[in-house]
Design a protein around this ligand. Structure first.
Ligand SMILES: [Fe+2]
Ligand SMILES: [Fe+2]
Length: 185
């Protein structure tokens, strides 16, 4: 009986979860995924090429984004995504496969991912308005770096990747699916 009541309480809390809790969950999941993508790319590329130097720089910035959302998830007692083990493997695999196709494909991956993340962060900023300045400031700060990642990757030849339109579309669709899942799960 007590157990059932406890379960009901948990599901009630879950259903009534604030919109910001869902935002924090999906953002933490996304920054984690980004970290794993770059880890997969660097595992294949090593650390001696020009491309891997810019990827290492982006990866360091993703670490900062992830650390900030990890902290916020703990401070606000937000349930993290249950899909972290999936993003661990899928992110790394996406990074490794694109890097194996070559440095331009690795950069095409960044352009596709950051295009989706940029839109996602814009939507969140609009939805938040002035309601949660701490969260909005973080999102705006990180969004600026995501836009830089996209610019860097374009400058490093992303659009010269083999089968660029197909690669880009596939990765963007994958990101959208991951975002929509991590909002809830
Ligand atoms: Fe990021
Ligand atoms: Fe990024």
């Amino acid at each position: 009986m007590a157990e059932r009541k406890k379960l009901n309480d948990i599901s009630a809390r879950h259903d009534g979860e604030s919109a910001t809790a869902s935002m924090i969950r999906v953002n933490q999941a996304g920054e984690y995924g980004a970290k794993r993508i770059y880890a997969g790319q660097l595992a294949i590329m090593g650390d001696r090429t020009d491309a891997s130097r810019s990827i290492s720089h982006m990866a360091e910035q993703e670490e900062r984004h992830l650390a900030a959302f990890d902290k916020l998830i703990a401070e606000r007692a937000v349930r993290p995504t249950a899909l972290q083990p999936v993003w661990n493997v899928a992110g790394f695999a996406l990074g490794a496969v694109t890097a194996a196709l070559g440095p331009e494909a690795a950069m095409a991956c960044t352009v596709a991912v950051e295009t989706e993340i940029d839109e996602h962060y814009s939507e969140q900023l609009e939805e938040l308005g002035g309601s949660d300045p701490e969260l909005s400031d973080m999102i705006a700060d990180f969004q600026a770096e995501e836009q830089e990642h996209k610019e860097t990757a374009l400058a490093e030849g992303a659009e010269r990747a083999p089968a660029y339109p197909l690669l880009s579309t596939a990765i963007r669709l994958g990101c959208r699916a991951a975002i929509s899942l991590s909002k809830r799960v």
